[in-house]
Design a protein around this ligand. Structure first.
Ligand code: HPA
Length: 275
């Protein structure tokens, strides 16, 4: 099947199911799933019931779409996302973004758990992503261009919307949640980075590192969507902390800090002046 037909088939099945027109799509990263509990009048659909959506294979990633409202705004949230390291090609990793675009959604919030590279970043730090390093990310735009979404050569100057970065910082201040701003750098995983890889990325300007988000943000930009990216630092990146890294630590820290993430994201959605 051609990729555009795959996109259309998945879109149709979701359109048949949902009763609202979502304005904001939210991707919930590792351990950040509880944000989904904030959705009012929720309606859930399992990935296993959506054609072409693979099931989630990672603990902390449940594998369902939830629609409803947060602070009076219509949202659709992904509890669990697809990663390259699971064996999916980039067209599957980014299929939900194409589908959201087809559903008419113009706004995206991507969240993730990440390793902190900047010295001042500790477990629990929340980082508003202001740019990204995609050097190690196979381009999700490789192959025939999908002209109906965007051009062959797409500008990446505002892969994260400046307006949304401003909104997020203002909302954070109003609600008393401390945030930092910084650059997210992509590694394919699933192995964590080596200490020298972390030092290399620090030299290149990276403040945090992770295994998601960048492919989705590139495709969202290609589709002309406005993206806000938020990283929750769950650990110091390899070589910068005392301990070796493990996924349980990532999940645990995400659990401790979820209150602040929820406060922040709800306030952002409340203050968001949707066009
Ligand atoms: N590296 C990559 N991905 C991550 C990390 C990390 O240190 N922490 C959480 N996700």
């Amino acid at each position: 099947m051609k990729y555009i037909d795959i996109i259309n088939e998945s879109t149709q099945s979701i359109a048949d199911f949902i009763e609202i027109k979502p304005d904001i799509a939210i991707i919930l990263g590792s351990g950040l799933g509880p944000l989904a509990n904030e959705i009012e009048n929720p309606k859930e659909i399992s990935y296993t019931d959506i054609p072409n959506f693979p099931p989630s294979t990672i603990p902390g990633h449940e594998g369902k779409l939830i629609t409803g409202t947060i602070e009076g705004k219509n949202v659709i949230a992904m509890k669990g996302r697809f990663h390259y390291y699971e064996g999916h090609e980039m067209d599957i990793v980014t299929l939900p973004i194409r589908v959201f675009s087809k559903l008419g959604i113009k706004n995206l919030i991507v969240t993730n758990a990440a390793g902190g590279i900047r010295d001042s970043f500790n477990p629990g730090t929340i980082m508003i992503i202001n740019d990204q390093i995609s050097l190690f990310c196979p381009s999700p735009l490789r192959g025939p261009n999908l002209d109906e979404f965007g051009p062959r050569f797409k500008d990446m100057t505002e892969v994260y919307s400046n307006n949304l970065i401003t909104l997020a910082n203002e909302s954070a201040k109003k609600v008393g949640v401390e945030v930092e701003n910084g650059v997210y750098s992509y590694f394919r995983g699933p192995q964590f980075e080596s200490p020298v890889e972390v030092r290399a990325i620090r030299t290149l300007g990276g403040d945090a590192t992770g295994m998601s988000t960048v492919p989705e943000a590139i495709v969202a930009r290609h589709c002309g969507m406005s993206t806000l990216g938020i990283s929750l630092i769950t650990n110091k990146a390899a070589g910068l902390g005392a301990n070796q890294l493990n996924h349980n630590e990532v999940m645990e820290t995400a659990g401790h800090s979820e209150k602040n993430m929820i406060l922040l994201v709800k306030k952002i959605i409340k203050d968001w002046n949707l066009q």
